[in-house]
Design a protein around this ligand. Sequence first.
Ligand SMILES: [Zn+2]
Length: 270
Amino acid sequence: MIHCPLCKGASNRIWKERKHRVYRCKNCSVAFLEPVPECVEKTYSKDYFQEWYIKYYEERKQYTENLFLLLEEHIKAKGKLLDVGCGVGILLETAKEKGWDVYGQDIAPFPAAYCKEKGFNIFNGPLQELNFPEESFDVITMFDVLAHLKDPVSYINTSVKLLKPDGYLIIKTPHHPCSLFFLANLLSFTGKSRSLLHIPAQIFHFTSHSLSTVLSAENLKMVYLIRQNDFSSYSGKHPLLLMIPSKTVSLLTLWKKQIKEKTYASEIKK
Ligand SMILES: [Zn+2]
């Protein structure tokens, strides 16, 4: 029996291709890759950022600016912002232009050096080792990061500590419903269905339900959720697979830090 890495619940296998397998937890409903490749960090090379981000810098910047317009309807005051998994700094640049005091973190050396060269304040290492006092930030962002982490709950816990009381955590992550795994299984004979699921780079696969189940247990309340067309879907290497509509959707979610009352998915405002 394979147990869920997040809640230790029992799971069912929902997809396989060659050595890769994805299971869905019967308790929290998150889907996860098993086994996790040992050196997943090696994925995040200069070529990865070149292919997925630098090549489309201007288009992605425009996309990020549009997302910020949506989010700023909810967050009025601008203060200190930490971008976790900042990559080549597209969000940092956008937020700085909009008046935020920005800081970045990334585990990979290439993007950290890239952002430092642009003059940003960057920490190159795991978030848990970031040397900032608790309650330092007004906003923490994680765009296309959570699903790639081996230990997403630890990152969430650390973020909650680093946020000021009533601070916001903004998470954007791909929406991978059951129907996408059904389709991937049908295509697994091609040996390329893992592209559809962004495997092995993506370890966890969320829906709005599993995301709210996991994060609502961590002193966070979801205050905003939309399904958003995902820019990255239009820029991949497998145009035929990437035309599939469910692949082109991301969940953009805004979470407010709160310590006392526990909240439930049924309270989500859409
Ligand atoms: Zn679970």
